[in-house]
Design a binder for this molecule. Structure first.
Ligand SMILES: Nc1ncnc2c1ncn2[C@@H]1O[C@H](COP(=O)(O)OP(=O)(O)OP(=O)(O)O)[C@@H](O)[C@H]1O
Ligand SMILES: [Mg+2]
Length: 400
């Protein structure tokens, strides 16, 4: 089977996973499904979907949106706030999300375009043009009257059998630094709770825990509004299930020892599972992933992640020669994912020792390491990053 005769790669590195390849997360799904049901019955809910970068927040949010539309007749609005920095931007992106996002029911898309026709530009063959000028002109009004805007939206959708709204505010990294956003979110929840007929609204924010903390710093009461749903690394059986499903969808078999390798190096991170899976998919020549294919895939994936993340972000941030030398020595200590600071210090020169603390703090800030449970213990967040740094330092030694 060469590249030309291969089917579609069932892996989506960097994109939310399609529903048919979504695996695991049952406890989180149950918890969100309960909230969705409450909203369908008329009771507003607020959830903060929390988890590390690439752990699967957007995918789970998207999956639950699909579920809420299909099972509980909510209108799903998945807003990617990305570049938004003001509340007006939030308003613009919300309207865009209603108009652009594919809904479970095609009739809903049509309805949305009718209801918000003011902001629809000329129709294109594929997708939709948005009249950004009109939308931007209205954005101060929409943001100041955000709840009434949502209420009116729902009223117009009632005749489609829609019972409430699931509003997902995703990619909040940029907006949370604006103190107004915390006030805006808290205001939205309070205003709704106090209104005579509260809008059945499931408000879901999705982001890393630091973003929630940042909002609380700007406005303390934000601490009390959310039920937190935390997404953790996948278990071994969830990972197996994923690789199994994905490869099987293309009639590819995975040998048990290859499966163990893929899972070991992915270490529960769905983003890495997709990267490793994709590379391995293209390496395979005979429809059977054996240990050799898996290992080649892992090395290539480590190169890929290393070049993007380690070279671009980590090595650039570590400017001094001492830091680079500490990194080298650290990578060659014998450990899997976690090591003791004292073991690292043993091999350092005096001047390196002085910089060791700073080095470790930097590595934590760069999200390469985390603190372990034991005092002085540090853990690599990704096994592939660990592998890349090790391979790099071996290469460096060989070329010296
Ligand atoms: N339950 C799942 N089953 C299979 N693949 C998944 C699952 N969840 C996430 N993924 C995959 O993992 C990768 C990261 O997922 P996603 O973008 O949803 O994470 P995220 O937490 O939103 O990331 P970011 O912090 O970058 O926004 C994507 O390639 C996605 O397809
Ligand atoms: Mg995301």
């Amino acid at each position: 089977m060469n590249a030309l005769t291969k089917g579609i790669s069932p892996f989506y590195p960097g994109q939310p996973v399609p529903a048919e390849l979504f695996v695991g997360r049952q406890a989180e799904i149950d918890k969100i499904a309960r909230a969705v049901r409450q909203v369908e019955l008329g009771k507003p809910q607020a959830i903060f979907l929390s988890g590390e970068y690439g752990i699967g927040k957007s995918s789970l949010a998207g999956f639950m949106r699909f579920y809420a539309e299909k099972e509980n007749h909510l209108l799903g609005i998945h807003v990617l706030l990305g570049s938004a920095t003001t509340i007006e931007d939030v308003a613009v992106k919300t309207v865009e999300a209603v108009l652009r996002a594919p809904a479970y029911e095609p009739t809903l898309i049509e309805k949305a375009r009718n209801v918000l026709s003011k902001y629809v530009g000329k129709q294109e063959l594929f997708g939709i043009q948005i009249n950004l000028e009109a939308l931007k002109a209205d954005s101060p009004n929409i943001s100041a009257g955000y709840l009434p805007f949502l209420q009116q939206l729902l009223e117009r959708f009632r005749d489609e059998g829609i019972k409430g709204i699931m509003l997902i505010l995703d990619e909040i990294n940029g907006i949370t630094s604006n103190p107004k956003f915390a006030h805006f979110v808290k205001g939205l929840v309070d205003e709704n709770a106090l209104s005579a007929t509260p809008l059945p609204l499931l408000l879901m924010l999705s982001g890393v825990e630091e973003r929630r903390r940042e909002m609380i710093q700007h406005h303390q009461p934000v601490e009390r509004i959310f039920d937190i749903v935390e997404i953790n690394p996948m278990t071994d059986s969830e990972m197996r299930d994923f690789f199994d499903k994905a490869f099987r969808s293309q009639n590819i078999e995975v040998k048990p020892d290859a499966m163990s390798l893929l899972c070991h190096y992915s270490a529960g991170f769905p983003k890495i599972m997709h990267t490793v899976g994709d590379v391995t998919f293209w390496i395979d020549q005979d429809g059977i992933i054996d240990k050799d294919d898996a290992f080649k895939g892992i090395l290539l994936a480590a190169e890929d992640i290393g070049r993007k993340f380690v070279d671009q972000q980590v090595l650039r941030a570590l400017r001094s020669a001492d830091y680079h030398s500490i990194l080298n020595k650290m990578s060659k200590l014998l450990f899997d994912l976690s090591f003791q600071k004292t073991d690292l210090e043993k091999g350092l020169s005096d001047s390196e020792k002085k910089k060791c603390n700073n080095f470790l703090q930097k590595m934590k800030k760069l999200k390469v390491l985390s603190s372990g449970d034991i005092q002085g213990e540090y853990i690599f967040n990704s096994r592939l990053v660990r592998l890349y740094i090790l391979l790099n330092s071996i290469k460096k030694d060989a070329s010296q």
